[in-house]
Each structure stands twice: as C-alpha cells, then as structure tokens.
Design a protein around this ligand. Sequence first.
Ligand code: F0G
Length: 356
Amino acid sequence: RPRYTGLIERYRDRLPVNDDTRLISLGEGNTPLIKLSHIPKSLGKNIDIYVKFEGLNPTGSFKDRGMTMAVTKAVEEGSKAIICASTGNTSAAAAAYAARAGIAAFVLIPDGKIAQGKLAQAMMHGATVIQIKGNFDEGMQLVKEVAEHAPVTIVNSINPYRLQGQKTAAFEIVEELSCAPDYHALPVGNAGNISAHWMGYSEYYEDGIVATRPKMLGYQAAGSAPFMRGHMVDDPETVATAIRIGHPQSWDKAWKVKEESQGWFDECSDEEILAAQKLLAQQEGVFCEPASATSLAGVLRDIKSGKIPENSKVVCTLTGHGLKDPDIAIKQSTSPVVTVAATLDAVREAILNNMA
Ligand code: F0G
C-alpha cells in the first residue's frame, strides 16, 4: 500500500492543485471514525453514533485540513507571510504549516481567552503572536483591514482554499461507511467547517458516489449562538473558547446548508458541553476539547427527544483534541488524585479504597 502523505495527495483530483504544485503537508487527514459503544447503549436506543476524531490531525484539530491547502496555495502564489485571527486552533495550524513552508506567520488572538495548548503551539512554531484586547470577531475585522495594507495572505476560512481542504473529511466518512450518514453534527463558530462538509457530501452526491446526503446539524454554545438568535452577537461568551464567536464569517453559506440538507441549528449550554466532553472521555476513551463536544451534546439531546429517530446513522465531528485545553479538563475532573506515602501498604490501600 502506498505511504499516506496527506489529504492533498490523496484527493488530488478533487482539489485545486496541479502536477508541479509544491505540497505543504504534515500528513493531515485520514482520521479515525470511531463507533461509540457505551453511550448509545446507555441511551437505550438502537442508533449508530460515530465520532470523527479530528483531534488526531498533526496539530490536533481539523484546521490542518484547510491549512495544508491554504498554505500550499499561498506558497504557490509567491506569498512570504500568512495571517489569521484565531480562537487558537487556526493559529496553531497556521504557525505549523508556515514553519513547514519556511514562511512567516502572524496570528491575532483574543487576550486571555485562548487555551494554553494552542498558545504553546503558536509560540513553539515561531509565529508572531499578537494578542489583542478584544475578541475573535474584532481580530477578524482587523485581519481583513490589515491585509489590504501589508503583504500577507489571510488563512482564515474566508480563504476559499481552506474549505476545499476541509471538505475531504466528508469524503473519508463516505468511504468508511460506504454511504453518507443520515445526520452529521458539528460545532459551529464561523460555520466554515459545516459548509465545507456539505460541499464534500454534495460533490460525491453530484458525481453519483453516494445516493443521499446527510441532514446537517449545527450546534452552537448558548452564549455564542448567533444562528439561534437570527442576528450577530456582540459579546459572545462560552467555556468552549474555540467557538466564542458572535459574527460568523460563513453566515449565508451556513443557512444554505441548513436549508438544502433539511437540517437544523441548536444551542447547548456550557454545562451540557462539559458533561458531553466528560462522558466521551470516561465512557468511550475519547478526549476532545470542550467546543468539539458540542456536537455530541446536541446529538444526545436530539436522540433522547426522538428528533433524531432510532435506526439512524449519526456522525459527530470532534474538531479538536482534549489536550488543547488542559486547564478546563483538570478543573472539571472528579477523578481522584490521591497522595500517599511511597510504600507498598499505602499504594495497596489507595487501590482497594478506590475500586469501583
Ligand atoms: N471546533 C473547534 C475546536 C474550533 O477550533 C473551531 C473554530 C470550531 C469548532 C468551529 O469551526 O468556525 O468552521 O464553524 N476555530 C477557529 C479558530 C475560529 O480560530 O481556531 P467553524
């Protein structure tokens, strides 16, 4: 079998590259589609729930799918620097792929509202980190303005190559299931990823590779849910900092996806998001970051209510790895950490006291 060398090589005929394009890749894509076992059983429902664990991409999030394309095209077009606004994952991916390409990266992040792992990545890969005293939406506006006055390529999802790369996740799911799922749920911030998945499913549908397309379900954090409010939100808040976004960049695209797929938007409270994150970690062994668990939180509620009927095939995208945000994980963890003397007796006692 040929060595796997990343999603552009894998889906070359469906992406805007040619034979002599220099590919900037870290082996992204090809992430596992994990079938949940304990959670569906405990719901008492006959339903197939799969999680597409995008946290296993090279920088720990789905952003790598878009970034390999965006940076490949930026380099092809002669760009020497990229820029993005980010709640953390885009900046981590931009920093890594810029390092791989040998170009500069500038990242604007909201001061104090970014998970530690993501900040560490941007710094470690040598990006110039610009913390703004403002939120993601303000950073995004600044990036658009400054790109008109400086020789930098924007690699946020308004860069069309980003969605091209991200659509490949839908291809992988179809190939794994040998069909499209009935429902596909994603956490929604800027709504780029839900739009990209719909592009991917639609491409396969139009080419006759699949006979159906999923209903697309977009779940937002309640404090940052402009799609539920029907208008932009100026002061977004949520524990899921990755989707702390009030002015989604792909507003029109996302509404179209909802309409065309006959899906829906909904919102989850921070408590529901954290509960789903913990449930997945403790009952299935899958550790995703809080924002990612929004897809599962929404799906669990809609399965319980019957809105998602039994005998459905449901895919939840888990957008980022749990290690991105160790602080939240430790804060909400109830697993015992017991400190004992370094003796056989004390350790044995600790085991016996904590047997289920
Ligand atoms: N989940 C995670 C972990 C994210 O980092 C993001 C977006 C989303 C979901 C939402 O995806 O914007 O395409 O709807 N993060 C961006 C960033 C904003 O800067 O890393 P979307």
